[in-house]
Design a protein around this ligand. Structure first.
Ligand code: GRF
Length: 194
């Protein structure tokens, strides 16, 4: 029996797509559910096209009940990948899935993380700070934004002529290359090398 996992995403879902594609024919891992807080998120359409079940959640339920845990347990989900999911994960959910929730952040944490540091804001901040490199951080999730234990980082150069969009493109490539592999390695208890 494959391990069932869920992907949580709020946006376009390019990482979620890569994850679903990566495990499409896997005997070991199955993406069983895609969860989004936005009914019109692109990721939901991608999931439907790939035959993966979807669930849209609302804020009140997410923060004031624990229904999501029941939804996940009912599908025997053992692991959650946050792929561009913008809501803070509540403590009850962190506790229900100890060391079984990971997030991908488009910078080298602990720099350029925390509330408000998402999407283009991150890459603008990297550029403003005159950094010569950026990258990705995959980390376990706790109840604070971007503070859980890092699992994996990959780096890319930032050139003086780069715009924030250039940096974003380079970082997204790293995300697509590494995130599915890191998830697989964590689930199979392999050394995490990306
Ligand atoms: C990624 O850059 C990820 O690091 C961040 O949100 C973005 C999601 O992009 N957490 P996509 O929706 O997977 O294309």
């Amino acid at each position: 029996m494959p391990v069932s996992i869920a992907v949580f995403a709020s946006g376009t879902g390019s990482n979620a797509r890569r994850i679903m594609q990566h495990f499409q024919h896997s005997d070991a891992v199955q993406v069983r559910l895609v969860v989004s807080n936005k009914a019109d998120a692109g990721v939901l359409e991608i999931a439907r096209d790939m035959g993966v079940e979807t669930l849209v959640i609302n804020r009140t339920e997410f923060y004031h009940s624990e229904t999501i845990v029941e939804e996940l347990r009912r599908r025997d989900i053992r692991f959650i990948a946050l792929a561009g999911f913008l809501w803070l994960i509540p403590e009850y959910l962190v506790q229900a899935f100890p060391r079984a929730i990971v997030n991908i952040h488009p910078a080298l944490l602990p720099k350029f993380g925390g509330k408000g540091m998402y999407g283009a804001h991150v890459h603008e901040a990297v550029k403003q700070a005159g950094e010569t490199e950026s990258g990705i951080t995959i980390h376990y999730v706790d109840e604070h934004y971007d503070e859980g234990q890092p699992v994996f980082q990959a780096r890319c150069p930032v050139l003086p002529t780069d715009t924030a969009t250039d940096i974003a493109r380079r970082v997204l490539e790293l995300e697509h290359r590494h995130f599915p592999l890191v998830i697989e390695q964590l689930l199979l208890n392999l050394p995490v090398v990306g």
